[in-house]
Design a binder for this molecule. Sequence first.
Ligand code: ADP
Ligand code: MG
Length: 362
Amino acid sequence: MSTTTERAVADARTDADADADAPALEVRDLRITYPPRGGRGPAHAVDGADLRVGQGEIVALIGESGCGKSTLARALVGLVKPTGGEVRYRGGRLGHSSAALKEHRRHVQLVLQDPGGALNPRQTVYDAVAEGPRLHGMTGDLNARVYKALSQAGLRPPEDFMRRYPHEMSGGQQQRVVIAGALALGPSVVVADEPVASLDASVRGEILKLLLDLRDELGLSALVVSHDLGLAWNIADRVAVMYLGRIVEVGTVEEVLLHPRHPYTKALLSVLPDSGRDRRPTLLTGEPPDPTAIPDGCRFHPRCPLFAGLDEDGRRAAKCATDDLPVLSADPSLGAQVACHLAGESRDEDEDDRYEDTGAAR
Ligand code: ADP
Ligand code: MG
């Protein structure tokens, strides 16, 4: 078969694959490398990541600043072209043509961290929310579409908000306008990149509750990106923990937060305010992670408290320093997964009751 024919067959298959039962959104072995800049080599921002968001599911993607979360989020909505691997929406592979990307963005919408930056100060709420539908030629009964989106985003009654400008609203209301702008296209998935990071603590809960309500009322799926593992309790069904471009632990919220197995997840949990009264925070040592120089072996080993405690000449230490770990499968039916050579050995006896209070408060 010629390459052209192969491509045509592959494209046809992509369409046929768009399947009602398939995951809402999925990436497989995704890789995104930024070109060298400022005398530094290429940055492997996403370096082999599998992730899946089921229909009607909310998944939290958690990791420190610089680990590749935003790059992955942008690839999911088709704003960054993968260097390798693929993005799938309802089973269909995302193509690279501008028509395919435009269609994709109607179904999969990105909500950014800073509503102040996302909104044009000279644009009314009406125009901000109508912008997406106009771009997509969805202008039939635009008023009704904007009205409905504002109402769904909790800006009620909508007519009180339509003619306002961003500076006439609170940060929480501005973020609701951004969310209404996403909802106006009738998406089935929202990718929210640090949606509450720039908001006052008092309104964070409201915005997270809104995402939960949208899931319950509209069946909306969501990937919620955050540097704060604690946020997962309030919103997510499943959690994926990312370190230096790769998912290192994934599972249900209960599995990952109550029974963390990766030393990185444990370190993130140990610095949460309610992480247990008697527990000292695990401060990570070593250089901050650098995607231009990914360490050999387990990419976390230079900062790993478990590795630091091993006899350096030992067989186990050698494995951590030299053997890379496989990309974790995103298949939730496989249960919780962890990418750590030592995970099976690292369970603390008192771990089970460690987050009881947090769990009960959920
Ligand atoms: P996060 O959202 O987790 O903070 P990002 O996806 O923004 O992480 O960035 C991941 C890594 O890629 C960082 O080290 C960042 O410096 C680098 N990076 C991001 N954008 C670019 C770019 N346009 N060119 C080069 N490197 C980039
Ligand atoms: Mg980011």
